[in-house]
Design a binder for this molecule. Sequence first.
Ligand code: G3H
Ligand code: 13P
Ligand code: ZN
Length: 327
Amino acid sequence: MAGEMVHYKELGLVNTREMFAKAMAGKYAIPAYNFSDMEQLQAILTACADTGSPVILQVSKGARSYAHETLLRHMVQGALQMIREKGSQIPVALHLDHGDSYELCVACIESGFSSVMIDGSHLPYEENVALTRKVVEFAHRFEVTVEGELGVLAGIEDEVSAEHSTYTNPEQVEDFVKKTGVDSLAISIGTSHGAYKFRLAPGEEVPPLRFDILEECERRIPGFPIVLHGASSVVQEYVEMINSFGGKMDNAVGIPEEQLRRAAASAVCKINIDSDGRLAFTAKIREHLAKNPQEFDPRKYLGEARSEFAKLVRHKNEAVLGSAGRV
Ligand code: G3H
Ligand code: 13P
Ligand code: ZN
């Protein structure tokens, strides 16, 4: 790591422990929005401040190298200062999404992350336990919270590609939580990453999530925070906008909002949203450039994309996750 360790508390961040305890008791979910640039970060934080919602700022390995670890930390610190100056006291966590090694988790903890995910879901069970345990031992020395994963989502998990999903086996969750000491657990109940979550025949409905597996996990680890990845709804308004302004996204479908509301009212305390933000951003940029072919000032089209992303975040917090007004 380059330079001294920076602890997340120096940046004004919090870990996820208290957020999850409150979300569990209040039957809502904390939004975890992925970002990789300044406009997305501004959109997420201002919309969460406006709606009074706690938030997890989520960064993948790819996003971290895109933005640069040092710049990322300063951007987060600056964005936090921006909302604090406007009087917002919302709790904000900075979380590594899909950490794929002990070393990456350590580097993030040393550069100001307050929470990390170690994703050993593709490993044999005992190896997942050992790797997750090792990350927890390091992270907890610094009061950093850790998310583990059991079960494999279909689609692309950063650089880990899973052709087919493997639902979480509820018989493993209690042992995993006990042996690893994780603070939250991501499970696989039928969601997948990206904008193409289901291959549907014409007229076919999106199949329901496997709430039976979720309920069985809850029964075995009562009161323990569960995380839902791959939870974008793939908002059709944006898909249509993209397609009508030169894009090509055929058969893009996601998780219906009512299923996410049901999950948020359960032990699911964290809901991950990346693709919907990307879609909102891309839709607005395509529309703006198509309608204003003479335009070449990035502030014009990125500014519109930022506003649309913020609108999406407000909607999710208020009408889907129930996290608005919880601080
Ligand atoms: O879960 C995966 C996230 O959507 C991150 O995707 O690796 O393209 O940044 P990324
Ligand atoms: P989506 O692709 O459905 O937005 O999922 C994001 C995610 O799970 C990030 O970890
Ligand atoms: Zn994910």
